[in-house]
Design a protein around this ligand. Structure first.
Ligand SMILES: C=C1C[C@]23C[C@H]1CC[C@H]2[C@]1(C)CCC[C@@](C)(C(=O)O)[C@H]1[C@@H]3C(=O)O
Ligand code: AKG
Ligand code: FE2
Length: 373
């Protein structure tokens, strides 16, 4: 993955304003700029609450077989129908989650020229982004994001701590320490969830472990400023996550919607719970049995909203392929072999993630393979 950061601290205020999304300026405008307006069918209101099954992980962590079976059943049902569930007693310290929010708040409060000094470079996932205005020109998301890599193979030089030290310096040293711990907890939880998913699919519980062990995951802090015309704009447009598993904490404001049973439904915030969803890569790893569900984040006229998303990813160059056992039982292999590195490249260079990423990626992959034959 490209790890370069763009140093644009030399830009003056006017240049920053014309090239980047500056929420403090945008909020003062009477109307949302046209580039932020989404088609009506994407912004239609959610009219019910989404009953995402709540899975208590306490018993599973204690090795209680009966409690594990209950968790497995709930997960199997959720992932076969829509791909979303919530977890409690997940082992992530609530104080750590609170600290992560404090640190992200400190970053997003910085003046825009300081934030854009660590702006993402083209093709890279890492750094600050305002409305993805550097990548797209319409249907811009009403959000700012800070994304950084996490992999757990170097205890002497922890990757998140290094990211914060090398980009933001001493002022953000503590943010590096907090997010390093946060990502370690998320990865640990993600690996345990993979065990439950494997059991639920009837394969060896450690089946997926090796694929993810040295993988580089994506940590993203989402900041959604309040918006003067929330019925026109979206914080994050309708999409399926291209990654494998997403572990999300949303603050108390609410705004995560899931498209299930043919309608938009809102996921009420539960401060003690984490929302987990299946991404496209895991759909492929389950031979299509587990759904990667369409979701979005709406914005709010009065309140800003924050969420912390950890996207668990496989080791970049390892082959993503459903277990033989599942393919044999299903009779057909639903997706071609690919690597996470292929799919990441597709979403960063050629395609904006939406509800059809996996389908279009598969076509792209097959046609590009044919060309190189
Ligand atoms: C690998 C990734 C691409 C996105 C960030 C991570 C995982 C989720 C993807 C994303 C959030 C899906 C919605 C659209 C997107 C463009 C966004 O709004 O941020 C996606 C991310 C991206 O391409 O940067
Ligand atoms: O902020 C949210 O609640 C969801 C964000 C999301 O779906 C994403 O970042 O992929
Ligand atoms: Fe998402």
């Amino acid at each position: 993955m490209n790890s370069g950061f763009c140093m644009v601290s030399s830009l003056n205020h006017q240049e920053v304003q014309s090239r980047f999304f500056d929420p403090s300026w945008l909020k003062m405008q009477p109307h949302v700029p046209m580039s932020f307006v989404w088609p009506k069918e994407c912004v239609v209101d959610a009219n019910e609450e989404f009953q995402a099954p709540m899975v208590d992980l306490g018993g599973f962590f204690r090795g209680d077989e009966e409690a594990t079976n209950v968790a497995v059943k709930l997960i199997r049902k959720a992932c076969s129908t829509h791909g979303f569930f919530q977890v409690i007693n997940h082992g992530v310290d609530p104080l750590l989650i609170g600290e992560a929010y404090e640190q992200m708040d400190a970053f997003f409060k910085l003046p825009i020229n300081r934030k854009v000094s660590i702006h993402k470079t083209p093709g890279s996932v890492w750094g600050y982004s305002g409305a993805h205005a550097d990548r797209f020109s319409s249907k811009l998301p009403w959000k700012e994001t800070l994304s950084f890599p996490f992999h757990d193979n170097n205890t002497l030089d922890p990757v998140v701590t290094s990211f914060f030290n090398s980009t933001l310096g001493q002022d953000f040293e503590q943010a590096g320490v907090v997010f390093q711990k946060y990502c370690e907890s998320m990865k640990e939880l993600g690996m345990k969830l993979l065990e439950l998913l494997a059991i639920s699919l009837g394969v060896d519980r450690l089946h997926y472990k090796e694929l993810f062990e040295d993988g580089c995951s994506v940590m993203r802090c989402n900041f959604y400023p309040s918006c003067q015309q929330p019925s026109l704009a979206l914080g994050t447009g309708p999409h399926c996550d291209p990654t494998s598993l997403t572990i999300l904490h949303q603050d108390q404001v609410g705004g995560l919607d899931v498209f299930a049973d043919n309608t938009w439904q809102t996921v009420p915030p539960r401060p003690r719970a984490l929302v987990v969803n299946i991404g496209d890569t895991f759909t492929a790893l389950s031979n299509g049995r587990y759904k990667s569900c369409l979701h979005r984040a709406v914005v709010n006229k009065y309140k800003e909203r924050r969420s912390l998303a950890f996207f668990l990813c496989p080791k970049e160059d390892k082959v993503v392929r459903a277990p033989e056992d599942i393919v044999r039982r299903d009779g057909t292999k639903q997706y071609p072999d690919f690597t996470w590195s292929n799919l990441l490249e597709f979403t960063q260079k050629y395609y904006r993630s939406d509800e059809a990423t996996l389908q279009n990626f598969t076509k792209w992959l097959l046609s590009s393979k044919q060309q190189t034959l």
